[in-house]
Design a binder for this molecule. Structure first.
Ligand code: ADP
Ligand code: GLC
Length: 484
């Protein structure tokens, strides 16, 4: 008998994406052994999902669900996409708006509804998972509900849950009376050993306390979050649960991220042809973005949410110095006004040298990964990070801070042994970062052969889901021994 696994998440490629969570939820299910595991996925049916996907959804059923004192409409739609069955929970009141998240006071009610609805639809769709695999705070209440009212029913009795933390920074925190009202959970849940933290209700904490197992997305981050510096005030809880906590590094969907076949880049290339062909992508991008067209100039790419997490204050400190060098910088991102305006300012000040694309574009992100020589990601913390994996795959060498998944996936260049796949620095310090960038510049301009060999190693490095999917499978087997 196959082990049945249900992913519950707030975003999923190709339907809806705000960050790496969507990439993971949208690609990992396709990498499990289909003979042994059946994986299905539940996501909200946001109104802002593109019409091309909406058209493919099929209506399954609808019913009303008790939610505290309310009775709420639950619609269920489904779609089979690339061999995986997806369910979309429909409710136009909760899932309206032009983006999935917005205001926390609305989001806590929205995701309480989603979490309960995701469990409620299971008997209706006739899928009884052995493991419910939850992702981030938006689904933190699923393990709580499961152990609360749902476990009493035979259908749910032995279901196990896993909570995967993609980012401990976001916990879904709101005041207890409002959360109690939204969730309908008994007041006894809002104590410091359960959902309460520092006087408020905390969804992610609920998930971590009640899940049978907790994972996060790299080994280093799994260690870091047990310390006060990275623990986001939950380090004590992470230490308490450390015998049920592990880090499994994210993989990349090689079907979408492959420079040899990528339809979004001007010139495809492989490990054998990148020395001559990759540069054609750089020339095209320079032209497209109004940069000085020069195939010799070192082009540094950034594709990111523009938030504090990603280390942009370091860039702010040294940008004027960096722009004295022979480099070009391309930024694609949206986020905090402070950083959006900072990059707009530098693009104005260093026209032809800096391009700031302050919007979201999947296509342009592909072009930047392909066109860049280097990719800058100096994160303050980074649970895993997918952008550096995409850069590696495209032979664009990452310059990263040694934290979380960046530390686990980018091997720093060693000029004596000719090993490594990128450049790194340790301390959260702007001039340490600048030194790493300048070291990269010196290798790029003075040791081109070493640079190219490094790019070749980067492209060949294996960051597919294969080995990580195996680790998740082993975890499923452990939690569901009669199946595994
Ligand atoms: P996080 O999830 O913390 O934002 P990751 O590195 O795990 O960081 O994933 C970020 C993902 O979002 C990558 O796929 C990256 O290419 C994509 N991305 C970020 N900003 C943009 C943007 N403005 N346009 C297109 N893709 C973006
Ligand atoms: C989060 C993290 C990022 C990780 C992604 C997917 O958004 O910030 O580091 O790669 O989730 O797990």
């Amino acid at each position: 008998m196959k082990t049945k696994v249900l992913f519950i998440a707030s975003e999923c490629v190709p339907f809806i994406k705000t960050g790496g969570l969507a990439d993971v939820v949208g690609s990992l299910p396709g990498y499990f052994d289909k003979e042994r595991y059946e994986v299905r996925v539940i996501v909200p049916n946001y109104i802002c999902i593109a019409p091309e996907w909406k058209e493919k959804m099929e209506f399954v059923t609808n019913f009303y669900m008790d939610m505290a004192w309310r009775s709420q409409y639950v619609g269920v739609l489904e779609m089979e996409h690339e061999g995986i069955r997806y369910y979309f929970i429909d409710n136009e009141y909760y899932f309206a708006g032009d983006r999935p998240y917005g205001y926390i006071h609305e989001d806590v009610e929205k995701f309480a509804f989603f979490s309960k609805a995701a469990l409620s639809i299971l008997p209706v769709i006739g899928f009884r998972p052995d493991i419910v695999h939850c992702h981030d705070w938006q689904t933190g209440l699923v393990p709580v509900y499961l152990k609360d009212s749902f476990h009493k029913g035979e259908f749910y009795a032995d279901m196990k849950s896993i909570m995967t933390i993609h980012n401990l920074k976001f916990q879904g925190i709101w005041n207890i009376p409002a959360v109690q009202d939204a969730t309908g959970l008994d007041m006894s849940y809002f104590t410091s050993d359960k959902l309460e933290a520092f006087g408020d209700a905390n969804y992610l904490k609920g998930g971590i306390v009640y899940a049978d197992y907790v994972t996060t997305v790299s080994r280093t981050y799994a260690e870091e979050i047990k310390t006060p510096h990275y623990g986001e005030h939950l380090d004590g809880l992470m230490r308490a649960r450390s015998n049920c906590l592990c880090g499994i590094v994210n993989g990349l969907d090689h079907r979408e991220w492959d420079p040899a076949t990528d339809p979004m880049i001007p010139k495809n290339y492989t490990e054998d042809t990148f020395r001559t062909d990759k540069v054609k992508n750089k020339l095209a991008l320079q032209k497209e973005l109004g940069l000085e067209v020069d195939k010799k100039k070192m082009l540094i790419g950034i594709v990111s949410r523009l938030t504090d997490q990603k280390g942009f204050d370091l860039i702010d400190c040294i940008m004027d110095e960096l722009c004295q060098d022979e480099v070009q910088i391309v930024v694609l991102g949206t986020g905090e006004d402070r950083y959006e305006n900072m990059f707009r300012h530098f693009a104005w000040k260093y026209g032809g040298k800096v391009a700031a694309c302050i919007y979201y574009s999947n296509e342009l992100s592909h072009k930047i990964y392909a066109a860049g020589d280097a990719f800058l990601m100096p994160s303050r913390f980074e649970p895993c990070g997918l952008s550096q994996l995409m850069s590696l795959r495209y032979g664009t060498l990452p310059i990263v801070r040694e934290t979380g998944g960046l530390k686990d996936t980018v091997e720093p260049y060693n000029e004596f042994e000719e090993t490594g796949t990128g450049f790194s620095f340790t301390n959260y310090n702007a001039h340490e970062m600048l030194s790493a960038i300048r070291y990269a510049e010196s290798v790029y301009y003075d040791k081109k052969r070493s640079w190219n060999k490094m790019a070749e190693r980067a492209m060949k490095a294996d960051f597919s889901w294969k080995s990580s999917a195996k680790q998740y499978e082993a975890l499923y087997d452990r939690l569901s021994p009669e199946k595994g």
